[in-house]
Design a protein around this ligand. Structure first.
Ligand code: HEC
Length: 102
């Protein structure tokens, strides 16, 4: 019985922040150029997650990459910098993307 409670509790905790992050991605207009699983203007978040899977500094790197934008890694279209995005929001979004954007 205890184990069941532990599992239910853990999946509840795992779901709550994921929901908050997709809302944040919508609010920050990230989803105008990205989708979770299909290439749009930018790469799908699952492609980004695959690219950095197993990379230790991926969270710090992507937090910065989201704020400063970039180009040439996935195609000819650059990602514009996001100067109004806070460090905390960038980190939340980076963690969400790395977890497969679910
Ligand atoms: C105007 C369209 C546009 C918007 C808005 C946009 N992106 Fe992007 N994004 C791109 C493109 C295009 C690329 C691919 C750039 C490249 O090829 O290097 C990209 C790349 C990325 C990457 C991978 C970076 C890397 O270095 O591997 C992440 C993560 C990302 N975007 C997250 C976000 C988040 C989070 C937001 C919202 C705050 C956002 N993007 C808003 C177009 C956009």
């Amino acid at each position: 019985m205890k184990l069941v409670h532990l599992i239910t509790g853990a999946s509840f905790l795992a779901c709550a922040p994921a929901f908050a992050s997709s809302t944040l991605a919508t609010q920050k207009a990230c989803l105008a150029c990205h989708t979770v699983d299909k290439k749009l203007v930018g790469p799908s978040y699952q492609d980004v997650a695959k690219k950095y899977a197993g990379q230790k500094d991926a969270l710090a790197y992507l937090t910065k990459a989201i704020k400063t934008g970039g180009s040439g890694k996935y195609g000819p279209v650059p990602m514009p910098p996001q100067p109004t995005l806070s460090e905390a929001d960038a980190k939340t979004l980076a963690a969400w993307v790395l977890a497969g954007a679910r």
